[in-house]
Design a protein around this ligand. Structure first.
Ligand code: AMP
Length: 304
């Protein structure tokens, strides 16, 4: 089954303590689509400017990512620039150029309106809702968000949370949105705000998953060489949603556990190189191999 993904498509500039690159393909939808495309066909929704490389459309085509929903607008593509501190865990946004994103109003092509699985990757929650308004009875909706929207668009975010099945956030966002210090309490409280399932990412320490009476904790793959953490969260979300869309008819907690491990596996590849470079070269065999290692490492007590 196809997965509809809406989010940002960007040209990024990224500085780590050892390297600096600019004009990199970035954006939440770009990472999520590349990750999801290993498991299911993707219908992409976003906007790019006239400086956006035509080669990326070719890349999407080669990966069964339908780009009919990507608008081409006059002006520059959304630009984001960030700098990482020495531990590669904290990052500062250096600049944002909204450019064509400023007046972006996602309009779904007719062929996208019936899509069973939807991933609302990180963009303003009002735009995420606007996309959801145009999809006819989706089966499973996943949404990602960020601290900016918790701080500046809380009412829109609260409204969105009542309409989705799974929300993905990181630990600091979960604490910020609930004002809880305990992540367990935070996960439970966010469920009460609407979504049936909540995934909380803890960076290099893995991720937590909350269902009604179910709970799952997943470790992170022990990577020695991290080159660029940008997009790890978006890749995680894309891997999770792509796995669900590609393999599951009706989503149960156990499917979400597997999806979370696939999301973690994809994210671990993403950070091994700048931008989407590692995801571009990745094979299904690479993913399967790391998934097996991941399983052994986690020593699951319950077969999945
Ligand atoms: P992540 O590292 O998973 O938080 O995602 C980083 C990506 O998010 C970068 O490629 C940026 O282009 C994109 N991004 C940064 N700020 C925003 C924003 N306000 N809205 C949408 N996408 C953004």
């Amino acid at each position: 089954m196809s997965l509809l993904i809406v989010g940002s498509i960007a040209l990024d500039a990224v500085k780590t303590p050892v390297e600096e690159h600019s004009n990199l393909l970035g954006g939440s939808a770009s990472y999520a689509a590349a990750a999801a495309s290993f498991f299911s066909p993707v219908r992409l929704v976003g906007v790019v400017g006239d400086d956006f490389p035509e080669s990326e459309f070719e890349f999407w085509k080669s990966r069964k990512i339908d780009s009919e929903g990507v608008q081409r607008a006059n002006g520059k593509t959304f630009r984001w620039s960030g700098e990482y501190s020495w531990d590669l865990n904290t990052r500062e946004t250096r600049s944002i150029g909204l450019n064509v994103f400023e007046h972006f109003k996602p309009a779904l092509p007719e062929s996208y309106r019936q899509t069973d699985f939807v991933l609302l990757a990180n963009i303003a929650p009002s735009l995420q809702s606007h996309v959801l308004d145009q999809v006819e009875r989706p089966r499973f909706v996943v949404a990602d968000t960020m601290d900016l929207w918790i701080e500046t668009a809380r009412a829109d975010l609260d409204a969105l949370l009542t309409r989705i099945d799974l929300v993905i956030l990181n630990d600091s966002e979960a604490r910020e949105i609930t004002k809880e210090t305990s992540l367990i309490k935070a996960g439970r409280r966010i469920r009460k705000m609407g979504p049936r399932y909540v995934a909380i990412k803890k960076g290099e320490h893995g991720a937590l998953l909350f269902g009604e009476d179910e709970y799952f904790s997943c470790g992170a793959y022990p990577l020695e060489d991290i080159h660029d953490p940008t997009g790890a969260g978006d890749t995680f979300a894309g891997g999770m949603a792509g796995y669900l869309a590609g393999t599951v008819k009706k989503v149960h907690f156990n499917d979400l556990r597997k999806a979370m491990i696939y999301g973690s596996v994809l994210a671990s590849f993403c950070v091994e190189a700048f931008s989407l470079e590692r995801l571009r070269k990745l094979s299904l065999e690479d993913i399967a191999q790391r998934y097996e290692t991941f399983k052994l490492m986690s020593q699951f007590e319950v077969p999945i």
